[in-house]
Design a binder for this molecule. Sequence first.
Ligand SMILES: [Mg+2]
Length: 316
Amino acid sequence: MFWTGDLIARNAPVRRRAGPSEAPHIARGVAAYLGLAIGDALGATVEFLTPNEIRHQIGLHSEITGGGWLRLKAGKVTDDTTMSLALGESIIARGCVDALAAAEAFDAWMRAKPVDIGNTVRRNLIAFRTTGKPEAPASEHDAGNGAAMRVLPVALACYGQPENSVISANRAQAHVTHNSALSDAACETLILMVQDFLAGKDPVLVERERAQKLVSEFPVFAYDKRRRENPSGYVVDTMQAVFQSFFATETFEDCLIDVVNRGGDADTTGAIAGMLAGAYYGLDSIPKRWLKAIDENIATQCPAQARALLALPRHP
Ligand SMILES: [Mg+2]
């Protein structure tokens, strides 16, 4: 099924929206990329607010309105989406995930003065400019969510590949800025979850085989206890908020509204939850008002890149 879809993708004309003939895994990949951008744009409005502040200032935050501490125009996205696109372009240009190509793409992205940038990303990209080494030194302190927020291009480029090559591809891109065991574990869990959903797997199975496996290997990620509100940029907080929202809701819209109204690093929890929810619920589940609200350039680039990544030749 995968190989058939792959051939269809390579021969199909480029379209803005998935058509009835598009293979299911491609339509889900497109939905995951649009979900990432929508979650980013929706969450950015309430980034760094607490749930109480959101309630007082907005009520229930459910519309893409821009604003927030970055004073974004409605529909604009932040580093979560633009770093993913930069990484994806480097993968398409090289035909595979390559650490140096990823580091150069991130460096070019930083030079273009993005609207926001994480501290760990900035520090380790500045170090890359000096050393030319596309791998940050291992540090348990670099366990922010900056690598996990940009894993989608790896999930798409490596769809159908053996798990060990998926893992090494991810580490090539992730270690450019985040060389930490917790970050790696989170990134790899997210990639495998997206790939499971692209393949049409049941979320009950995915929760057991991916999310609960992560918790059994790294108990710090346990998400079945206290409700995670106001998640920081620590990748453990991020994953707990995302898992709680994703596994406790039944639609794309409910999942995103639940996660961003937890406040904190809401653009990144929104982006990651949007990626998972897009991959699982599919294109038809994404509210039209959110699709319309997204910056037109981003709404064109995300689906085009999803299709191009899924059309890359596979190297089993
Ligand atoms: Mg951001």
